[in-house]
Design a protein around this ligand. Structure first.
Ligand code: NAD
Length: 469
C-alpha cells in the first residue's frame, strides 16, 4: 500500500473564497435550487458519481488510509449509495407541506408546516470517512433545495482531490462549489455568511466553528467525537462480544467517530474478554498484524505519534508495536488504565482498547455518567431489563445493543451526538429537516369576521376566551 505524504496540502487561494461563496449564493437567490426536478438531478449526479468512480474512490481511500477495499465499501461507498437512493425515493414526500391540527381558538383555518430551503450551506468534512461524511450531508442539503459550498479534509488528500476534481462534473456548477484546503481555508470560509453550517470533526474545532457561526446567528449541525463506552455484561457470550468489539475497533484502524473507545467489564470476566478480543484480532489479521492488507494505517505522522504517546506508562497486554515509517500501530489492549491519563480523558481515535474493570452494571452506569456524553453507547447483554436500564439511565448520541457501529447505517435511524459529542441530527428525513426551515403557516379566510378577539374586552369575551384557549 502506498500511503500519501501527509505533509502535502492543496490550498484554494484564500482571496477567491469570498467570490466563490458569492457566486453560489447568487445561484440560490435566482431560485434554481427550489425545483424538485433540479434536486432530483443533483441526487442522481451524486449517485452516478459514486457508481462511476467506485474503484477510484477505493484506490484513493487506500492511499490515504491504507483502507482495505471491503472497509472502503462498508464505510464509504455502500452508505453513500444507500443514502442517496433512499433520499431520492423519499424527498418529494418530505418536501410536501405537512398538515397540522388547528385548535378551536384558531378555527376556522388550515395549518401546515412548509419545508423551505435554508439557503447556502457550508459543509466541512473530516478525513476518516471522507466520502460518506462529505456526500451524505450534500445529499441532504440538495434534497432540501439548498446550494452548497463544501470543504473536504486536507488530511485525506487523495480522496479530497478526486472528489474536488470529479464531483462538480456531476452537479449543477452554479449551486455547488468545493473548496480544498486546511484550517486557513476553513477559517476564511467561516468569515463568510452561510445559512447553515454542517461540520463533522473534533469537538475542539467544533467549538471554533460554533463561535464563528454565532457572529451571523447561523444555525449549526456539529457532528463531533468523544469516548464511546462499551459495557459487556456477565450474561453474554464473551467470544461473540469480543469479535464485535474487535471488529468495531479494528475497522479503519480505530479511526471511526463511533468506534468503541473503551470497555467496561466485571473483574471476573476481564481476562476472558481480553483473551477473546486478542484471539479475534489474530483471526482477523493473522499472526503478523503489520503485514495484512486488511488492517489500515494511521492517517498522519502526528496522529501516529499521538497514539504511541497514549501508551506511555500504561499496562499493555496485547499488541503495542508501532512503525513510524508506515504509520502502523498494532491493535492494542491496555488493562487497568490510569483514569486520569490522556488515554482515558481524550478520544483515542486509533486501535487501542483500554479495558476497565467495574463491579457491576451500576458502577458501569456511574462511570459513563461521570464523563462527557458520548456519541455512541454499546451494551452487550441478552438481559432486556439490564439493556433498557442502561439506555434509560445514560445519555449518548446513539446506541447499538450487542454489536458496534451498525446503528450508523439504517437511513431511518437519525444520527448525531448529544452535548459535547454533537448538536443536531441527519440521515434520511432528519437530514432533510436539518437543511430546511419548517415554516409554520396558518391560512384563514377573509370572509368570516367576528369581533371576539378585539377590544373593547368584556367579561363575556373573557369567559369565552378562557374556554377556547
Ligand atoms: P478536525 O476537527 O481536525 O477537522 C475537521 C475539519 O475541520 C477538516 O476539514 C479540517 O480542515 C477543518 N479544520 C481544522 N482546523 C480548523 C479550524 N481551526 N477552523 C475551522 N476548520 C478547521 O477533525 P478530523 O481530525 O478531521 O476528524 C476526527 C474527529 O472528527 C474525531 O474527533 C472524530 O470523532 C470526529 N468525527 C465525528 C464524526 C461524527 O459523525 N460525529 C464522524 C467522523 C469524525
Amino acid at each position: 500500500m502506498a500511503l500519501v505524504d501527509d505533509t502535502q496540502t492543496t490550498s484554494e487561494p484564500l482571496d477567491s473564497v469570498a467570490s466563490t461563496v458569492r457566486s453560489v449564493r447568487a445561484c440560490f437567490e435566482a431560485g434554481t435550487t427550489q425545483s424538485l426536478d433540479w434536486r432530483e438531478a443533483q441526487l442522481d449526479g451524486l449517485i452516478r458519481f459514486v457508481d462511476d468512480h467506485t474503484d477510484d474512490l477505493i484506490a484513493a481511500l487506500n492511499m490515504d488510509l491504507g483502507r482495505p477495499a471491503v472497509e472502503a465499501w462498508v464505510g464509504d461507498i455502500g452508505p453513500s449509495l444507500a443514502e442517496g437512493k433512499y433520499i431520492k425515493k423519499n424527498f418529494r414526500r418530505w418536501a410536501r407541506p405537512r398538515k397540522t391540527k388547528v385548535p378551536l381558538a384558531a378555527q376556522p383555518g388550515r395549518a401546515e408546516l412548509i419545508p423551505e430551503p435554508l439557503g447556502v450551506a457550508l459543509i466541512i468534512a473530516p478525513w476518516n470517512y471522507p466520502v460518506n461524511l462529505m456526500l451524505l450531508p450534500i445529499m441532504a442539503a440538495f434534497a432540501a433545495g439548498n446550494a452548497v459550498v463544501a470543504k473536504p479534509s486536507e488530511l485525506s488528500p487523495a480522496t479530497s482531490e478526486l472528489i474536488a476534481r470529479t464531483l462538480p462534473k456531476y452537479l449543477d456548477g452554479g449551486a455547488f462549489a468545493i473548496v480544498e484546503g486546511g484550517p486557513d481555508v476553513a477559517t476564511a470560509l467561516l468569515q463568510e455568511r452561510f445559512d447553515h453550517i454542517f461540520f463533522t470533526g473534533s469537538t475542539h474545532v467544533g467549538r471554533i466553528v460554533m463561535e464563528a457561526a454565532a457572529k451571523n446567528l447561523t444555525p449549526v449541525t456539529l457532528e463531533l467525537g468523544g469516548k464511546s463506552p462499551c459495557y459487556v455484561a456477565d450474561d453474554v457470550d464473551v467470544q461473540v462480544a469480543a469479535n464485535r468489539i474487535a471488529w468495531g475497533k479494528g475497522v479503519n484502524a480505530g479511526q471511526t467517530c463511533i468506534a468503541p473507545d473503551y470497555v467496561l467489564v466485571s473483574e471476573g470476566r476481564r481476562d476472558e474478554l481480553v483473551g477473546a478480543v486478542g484471539a479475534a484480532w489474530n483471526r482477523f489479521y493473522g499472526e503478523d498484524h503489520s503485514s495484512t492488507s486488511d488492517f489500515g494505517r494511521i492517517v498522519s505522522d502526528r496522529h501516529q505519534q499521538r497514539l504511541v504517546g497514549l501508551l506511555d506508562g500504561q499496562k499493555v497486554v496485547f499488541g503495542g508495536e508501532s512503525d513510524r515509517d508506515t504509520r502502523y500501530l498494532a491493535p492494542t489492549i491496555v488493562v487497568d488504565p490510569d483514569l486520569e491519563s490522556p488515554l482515558m480523558t481524550e478520544e483515542i481515535f486509533g486501535p487501542i482498547l483500554p479495558v476497565v474493570s467495574v463491579a457491576d452494571v451500576e458502577e458501569a452506569i456511574r462511570f459513563i455518567n461521570a464523563r462527557p456524553k458520548p456519541l455512541a453507547l454499546y451494551v452487550f447483554s441478552d438481559d432486556d431489563d439490564l439493556v433498557q436500564g442502561m439506555l434509560d439511565r445514560t445519555s449518548s448520541g446513539g446506541a447499538c445493543v450487542n454489536h458496534t457501529l451498525y446503528h450508523f447505517s439504517p437511513p431511518e435511524l437519525s444520527f448525531g451526538g448529544v452535548g459535547p459529542s454533537g448538536i443536531g441530527i441527519y440521515h434520511g428525513q432528519s437530514g432533510f429537516d436539518t437543511f430546511s426551515n419548517l415554516k409554520g403557516v396558518l391560512r384563514k379566510s377573509s370572509r368570516l369576521e367576528h369581533s371576539l378577539g378585539y377590544p373593547p374586552y368584556s367579561s363575556l369575551k373573557e369567559r369565552i376566551v378562557r374556554r377556547l384557549l
